[in-house]
Design a protein around this ligand. Structure first.
Ligand code: K1U
Ligand code: ZN
Length: 173
């Protein structure tokens, strides 16, 4: 099942905390590979396992937007932000689970993230720019948090209604 269907908000699975991964078995590796394919197909620059209905702490990302540059896919099991900068940055975020809607979100500009890679090795790296925004957005998904949760209740409600409408329309065809 290489391309997996992406859940659309509102869906209770997008609001739940995902479970830590314990054994990197073949099933989890296959899930990570499917998620990368699903992300590139969407297209997107990140994807978290709860977005494909799997409540495990796994995210994938590749923030290389220029198609003439080589891809830089990252697979992260149990990713953790271990350090956040005090300075912030604002980015107009989107979400594959809230299609066609965008809003500015303020987050720490730089973060240090620790994770287990696809080969089972611990990694730690600093992220800045779009990579930093994206990795924080994806880790939020693992904690049942969406980018619209940073917005005012009114904006959030408006975007939720639009997403619900789009979800109903997509279910009809
Ligand atoms: O988690 C997701 O839903 C994926 C999301 C990641 C993200 C985007 C912007 C800021 C933070 C996190 C997306 O990939 S939305 C689609 C998108 O941004 C994009 C699509 C094609 C080319 C470039 C960007
Ligand atoms: Zn998202």
């Amino acid at each position: 099942m290489p391309i997996r269907p992406i859940l659309i908000h509102p869906d209770p699975r997008l609001k739940k905390e995902a479970e830590k991964v314990h054994d990197l078995d073949d099933e989890l590796i296959a899930l990570a590979d499917d998620m990368l394919e699903t992300m590139y197909d969407a297209p997107g620059i990140g994807l978290a396992a709860p977005q494909v209905g799997v409540l495990q702490r796994l995210i994938v990302l590749d923030c290389v937007k220029d198609e003439s540059e080589p891809p830089q896919p990252l697979v992260m099991f149990n990713p953790e932000v271990v350090l956040s900068s005090d300075d912030t940055s604002v980015y107009e975020e989107g979400c594959l689970s809230i299609p066609e809607q965008y809003a500015e979100v303020t987050r720490p500009a730089e973060v240090k993230v620790r994770w287990i890679d696809r080969a089972g090795n611990e990694q730690e790296r600093d992220f800045e720019g779009l990579w930093s925004t994206c990795v924080q957005h994806e880790i939020d998904h693992l904690n049942g948090k969406l980018f619209i949760d940073y917005l005012s209740p009114m904006k959030r409600q408006m975007m939720t209604r639009k997403s619900q409408k789009l979800k109903r329309e997509r279910a009809r065809v």
